[in-house]
Design a binder for this molecule. Structure first.
Ligand code: G4P
Length: 283
């Protein structure tokens, strides 16, 4: 998906979200588990003030488990409920339903004191483009769930998906804009393939990736591409080209092909479970 944000888009998205916030009890925010900092927009904290908050660490199948655990603790220490997830898999959904109920305990208690029984929790999914919002809604809601349609008192056109007797989900996710004014954030989003209009070309991206891997996952490139040593990023890219026989006409090494191959193997998880951002850097 290609997304270009202009101030007009942001104002519209923000206004829409402010309206939707009035209808819900819980914000379900998806982040990319490989870049939990760069895939968030802290504006949601302002927009979702006074709402119960659940962060889903999505694409956890591609992230380093140890780091996902640390990020989970980090967000929990800030008062969020957190669940790690592969939104394409059905398995994690029971756990999420349980945590939603836990996160909304206060509301349920408040309702009970007012004599309101069994009013479902209403939730909305938010996140930056490509983080997995549609995949999550499809998997979580499934096909069996009936849409509840418009109800009196609900803004015209709003569709609610009844997940079970306790939870209803707004069927359109709220789209948050990335913090693209931050160069580092732009780089990380490009690395995981979340923005197609790359701020750097693939050759440069691959060199950035190699540098990050060298620092944080020593040996991972050596092992996969049988490198003789881990030298400078450009040297490593050359060795990957040699190992994978990336050559152009005239038997010249094709660095761009090697760069594309490396990016593809990283993004698809074939290089291993790799997290690019670490919670200690954010404290
Ligand atoms: P969005 O609504 O937030 O914009 O994101 P969307 O669901 O469209 O997901 C973006 C891409 O991320 C999709 O891949 C989707 O399959 C993939 N994805 C979503 N959740 C997960 C996850 O937990 N793990 C992994 N590994 N991938 C996930 P795509 O290549 O754009 O489309 P497709 O090839 O799946 O059709």
């Amino acid at each position: 998906m290609h997304f270009q944000w202009y101030p007009g888009h942001m104002t519209k998205a923000k206004r829409q979200m402010q309206e939707d916030m009035k209808l819900i009890d819980l914000v379900i925010e998806l982040v990319d588990a490989r870049i939990p900092f760069s895939s968030r927009n802290p504006d949601i904290d302002e927009l979702g003030r006074q709402k119960a908050r659940l962060i889903l660490m999505n694409k956890a199948d591609l992230a380093a488990e140890e780091q996902t655990r640390k990020w989970t603790e980090f967000f929990q220490s800030q008062g969020y409920f957190v669940v790690k997830l592969d939104a394409r898999a059905r398995g994690g959904m029971k756990k999420i339903s349980d945590v939603i109920m836990e996160a909304c305990q206060e509301k349920i208690e408040r309702d009970r004191k007012r004599g309101i029984k069994n009013r479902p929790v209403r939730a909305m999914v938010v996140g930056i483009p490509n983080v997995g919002k549609s995949t999550f809604i499809n998997t979580y809601a499934g096909k069996a769930c009936a849409k509840t349609g418009n109800k009196p008192g609900v803004t015209k056109g709003k569709q609610w998906i009844k997940l079970n007797k306790n939870v209803e989900l707004l069927d359109t996710p709220g789209i948050l804009w990335p913090k693209f004014e931050d160069q580092q954030v732009g780089l990380y989003l490009a690395l995981v393939g979340s923005i197609k209009d790359e701020i750097l070309n693939v050759d440069e991206l691959s060199l950035e990736l190699i540098q990050i891997l060298k620092e944080n996952y020593p040996g991972i490139l050596t092992e996969r591409y049988e490198l003789p040593n881990e030298g400078a990023p450009a040297e490593i890219l050359k060795q990957i080209a040699e190992n994978r026989k990336c050559v152009k006409k005239g038997n010249e090494l094709d660095y761009s092909k090697a760069a594309a191959l490396l990016m593809d193997e990283f993004r698809s998880g074939r290089l291993g479970k790799i997290t690019l951002e670490f919670p200690k850097e954010q404290e």
